[in-house]
Design a protein around this ligand. Sequence first.
Ligand code: URA
Ligand code: SF4
Length: 221
Amino acid sequence: MPRSPDRPGAERWVPEGADIDALAQAAHACRGCELWHDATQVVFSAGPPDAELALVGEQPGDREDREGEPFVGPAGRVLDDALEAARLTAGSVYLTNAVKHFRHVELPERGKRRLHKTPAVAHVRACLPWLEAELAAVRPRVVVALGSTAARAVLGAPARVGELRGRVLDAPERGAFPGAPVVVTTHPSALLRLRDRSGWDDAFDALVADLGTAARAARAA
Ligand code: URA
Ligand code: SF4
């Protein structure tokens, strides 16, 4: 998907040198891609602006879109549980997404239910100036990418989660924030599909282990 008139990229809406509050405020006006149009509101970030650990997800889901807060839906509950199991609290980490508006399709035959649609590479690229600006303001010691969309944004290249997960990767020169190493792990919504099924325990433990690796790397940095 090339740049198009309805997808100019977020640059022009991102105030230079702004802190997180100012960035979050400015993001309401963003028209960097077409995703704002069908979403309820922009979902920026949560957590302390001086956190040592920044977690990057994919995009807001249905609940996040309605509430204007990241990770308040089902995937957020899985993430909260995993953070707690890793002896972190959701309130101690900076939480954000690669894409700040909810991409979805409406299913009219099912009471207009809104179904998550994975953002395209072009949406990640259009939204990247926000992620760059917020990570430059937070200056985390370690960035955690939750899933492949986040990994692409954070590493600046296509990434296979299965191959990269759980290692402390060198600070990426081409990624959203060249100032900190990166830990890639699975997206918590991938675990939701395993709930009450075999595989849940292993998948949850692996997510907890990766978050623990990131926390230790942040402490050591
Ligand atoms: N999934 C994400 O990637 N981000 C959210 O904020 C919620 C669900
Ligand atoms: Fe702007 Fe990102 Fe929303 Fe697109 S998804 S309109 S680039 S904030």
